[in-house]
Design a protein around this ligand. Structure first.
Ligand code: UT7
Length: 360
């Protein structure tokens, strides 16, 4: 009785920032960003808009798509690495903003794998009968990380150039700041038909199987070291001066790990149920870098038809990437009845995994 995705929705802030726009505030170029990452533009939230706003909007769109009233949802799972504020998490805030009842609302911190972990958790709760209608939301506002200063005024058309100091700070961040974008995606799930349990994995619908992994020995690959409680006080001027509130990323090593771990996770989950790569109609891959998806494709022997990308328009929206991509594929008719979809992600923690889903 694998859980069935009955609705999806997305929300992205209206302001689109192109690579050319970024070139005006730091030393970078459209050519470098496109060639090295595949990103063409990303959406940037206005100050005051948090992931709970985007997440609630995406969830409301998914509920409308499913034709389900907010009051029918009895489980909410949210995932973000950029919460509205340090504590509490966005789970309850999304619950309130989307008009859900006082239901259980989880906060996941699995970064790029957050939506994948959320799908797995929602499926387990639905299968066990602990919930009847579950919503999973991945939402990020990465713009708060960006050390652009007056560069933001340039992006918003309020001044012609950033200060020299802000240009230098933005340039120092370019290896990671050009990658990320703001946005949210949501899915609404319902328990599948128990009669389908008797079917073979090749015939089962809804969530067919899932494999999740974590390896904390590599947590330093991408991290934000500051603002943590091993430090007393947990935030101080020294940390800010040292830039410990900003992401630090070992890009080359992350690239290597993601390129190996994602294809391995796809093979593992297929092996678990005796299916093969040839059975897959779609691979909905985390959108961190077009070149990583290229490696996943060649490792699995699949093409861009099977493993499409939308990173060109959104950049890396972390917990939202696979939700936004799956929504767009559904809307464009790429998930017909019977289609076997594999969601796969890798991100900070490290957390990664793959989940097989067959559209009823
Ligand atoms: O979801 C998890 C989050 N992150 C990831 O998965 C990231 C995985 N890693 C990557 O995507 C890639 O490693 C990056 C896109 C981050 C970097 O690409 P790369 O091809 O590994 O470039 P690099 O860091 O080796 O830098 C090459 C050159 C350097 O210049 P020099 O030292 O060769 O003169 C950089 O300073 O490119 C320079 N560079 C840039 N130039 C223009 C780095 N960022 C930029 C930029 N614009 N934005």
């Amino acid at each position: 009785m694998g859980s069935v995705i009955v609705g999806t929705g997305i929300a992205v802030p209206p302001h689109r920032v192109t690579n050319a726009d970024l070139s005006a505030i730091m030393d970078t170029s459209d050519d470098w960003i496109r060639r090295r990452t595949g990103v063409g533009s990303r959406h940037v939230a206005e100050p005051g808009i948090g992931p709970s706003d985007l997440g609630a909007a995406a969830l409301q769109a998914a509920l409308a798509d499913a034709g389900i009233e907010p009051g029918e949802v009895d489980l909410l799972v949210t995932a973000t690495m950029t919460p509205d504020q340090f504590a509490p998490g966005i789970g309850a805030v999304v619950q309130a903003k989307a008009g859900l009842g006082p239901v259980a609302a989880f906060d996941l911190r699995q970064q790029c794998s957050g939506f994948l972990y959320g799908l797995d958790l929602a499926d387990a709760m639905l299968r066990s009968g602990r919930a009847r209608t579950a919503a999973v939301v991945g939402a990020e506002v990465h713009s708060g990380y960006m050390p652009f200063g007056t560069g933001f005024d340039v992006l918003r058309g309020l001044r012609a150039e950033p200060t020299e100091a802000d240009r230098a700070a933005a340039t120092a961040s370019r290896a990671w700041s050009v990658l990320f974008g703001d946005g949210a995606g949501a899915a609404v799930l319902r328990a599948g038909d128990p009669a389908t349990d008797a079917l073979s994995p090749a015939e089962r619908t809804g969530v067919v199987a899932s494999r999740l992994f974590s390896d904390g020995t590599e947590f330093e690959l991408i991290q934000v070291r500051g603002l943590g409680f091993r430090h007393q006080p947990y935030v101080d001027a020294e940390q800010l001066a040292a830039g410990l509130h900003l992401p630090e990323m070992n890009g080359a090593e992350l690239f290597r790990r993601a390129s190996i771990a994602m294809p391995a996770a796809v093979r593992a989950v297929l092996d678990d149920v005796g299916l093969s790569i040839a059975d897959l109609d779609l691979v909905v891959c985390h959108q961190a870098n077009e070149r990583i998806v290229d490696v996943v494709r060649s490792s699995l022997g699949i093409d861009a038809e099977v493993a499409p990308t939308n990173i060109e328009r959104y950049g890396n929206t972390t917990a939202a990437t696979v939700a936004i991509l799956f929504h767009e594929l559904r809307l464009s008719g790429r998930v017909p009845s019977g289609a076997l979809v594999c969601f796969v992600a890798f991100g900070a923690g490290s957390h990664w995994g793959a989940l097989l889903y067959r559209q009823p």
